[in-house]
Design a protein around this ligand. Structure first.
Ligand code: DAH
Length: 341
């Protein structure tokens, strides 16, 4: 029996050495030291021993149990440490690795251009006034002195809605009327930015949607000299201190007199190049003194108030500034284009 005990002890130690997980250890414990384990089963045979041998056997069993329990505890500790080490290395985090680059958003080139425009006019005391994209024919045309069948409407082929006389604004100029109604009788200095919509043939130079920034100043004793000074200062801040401007007579129903402003070409300094078509000048905006009918429609008496207005196209300015030759790129949402700004 002692021999058998010794063999069991030996075998149990070998099995224990092979136990590599918590499950292995549990099984080993059950089969060895458990209630129905090999050692326990052996002790049941104690009755077959001679009475004198029983205490000796009993002592040896206790020694073996104690030794196995200690071996078990030691192995359990080893397995636990090994499992922990494996877990740590599996979840290893290398804090010295470079981070993954997150794609970063940026402002659309037109938003950037708009903001540059806001800054310049903001410094001159103009506030941003938001007007609506969906507009009535009355505000978009009639109150701006375009009577129903006036030929000047031809230049702004409109998108109509299902509601009669409600259109998508073809220009930001209608906002002048809304601003006047809101500010009357106070003096006004506002710029009105926003998207405009025209039923155009889409080409490299014209789109069915584009932005405009309108400007309006109304007050006492405002003259054409104020208009020229304001817009020339704008051109210099936008395109460089050395820029010259020139005003050419033009026609808009809502201004009288009306003009178009050119700025000396900032690419060739006025010598002539492809961008300015060898004229030395770039056309950048329309402007004029607010027509008396429009002042009246806005609630201002043209006998005591005067004003000037202008309208410019941020796409056109951005095209000139960055040398972009196709206006369709702005709203095509192609990241290869947008990421360049
Ligand atoms: N609304 C005009 C257009 O879309 C631009 C314009 C010209 C606006 C002269 C003005 C202005 O305020 O005075 O073509």
């Amino acid at each position: 029996m002692l021999e058998e005990l010794e063999q069991l002890h030996e075998a149990a130690l070998q099995q224990l050495a092979a136990a590599n997980s918590g499950d292995d250890l549990d099984n080993w414990y059950k089969q060895t030291l458990g209630r129905k384990g090999s050692i326990q089963l052996l002790t049941r045979k104690v009755g077959s021993l001679a009475a004198d041998d029983r205490p000796i056997f009993g002592r040896n069993v206790n020694i073996a149990k104690k030794a196995l329990q200690e071996a078990y505890d030691a192995r359990a500790q080893q397995v636990k440490m090994a499992e922990l080490a494996a877990k740590i290395s599996a979840e290893a985090l290398d804090v010295t690795l470079p981070g993954r680059v997150q794609p970063q958003g940026r402002l659309h080139p037109i938003t950037q251009t708009m903001r540059a425009i806001y800054r310049v006019f903001g410094d001159m005391g103009f506030q941003v006034y938001r007007s609506r994209d969906v507009e009535t024919d009355e505000i978009n045309f009639e109150l701006l002195n375009f009577p129903p069948h006036h030929p000047a409407r031809e230049m702004q082929d409109s998108f109509y809605t299902n509601t009669p006389d409600v259109i998508l604004r073809t220009h930001t100029s209608g906002g002048q009327i809304r601003a006047m109604h809101e500010y009357h009788p106070e003096p006004i200095r506002v710029i009105l930015p926003g998207m405009c919509y025209r039923n155009e043939q889409i080409t490299t130079r014209s789109e069915i949607q584009f932005t405009q920034v309108e400007g309006l100043a109304v007050g006492h004793n405002i003259t054409f000299a104020d208009l020229k000074g304001t817009l020339t200062e704008f051109a210099r801040r936008m395109f460089g201190e050395e820029r010259d401007t020139r005003f050419r007579a033009s026609y808009f129903p809502f201004t009288e007199p009306s003009a178009e402003m050119d700025v000396s070409c900032f690419l060739c300094d006025g010598d002539g190049c492809q961008v300015c078509k060898y004229t030395g000048w770039l056309e950048i905006l329309g402007c004029g003194m607010v027509h008396p009918n429009v002042l009246r429609n806005g609630g201002y008496d043209p006998d005591t108030y005067t004003g000037f207005a202008f309208g410019l196209g941020p796409e056109r300015i951005a095209m000139l500034k960055y040398g972009i030759d196709d206006i369709r790129l702005f709203w095509a949402n192609d990241l290869r284009f947008l990421e360049q700004f």
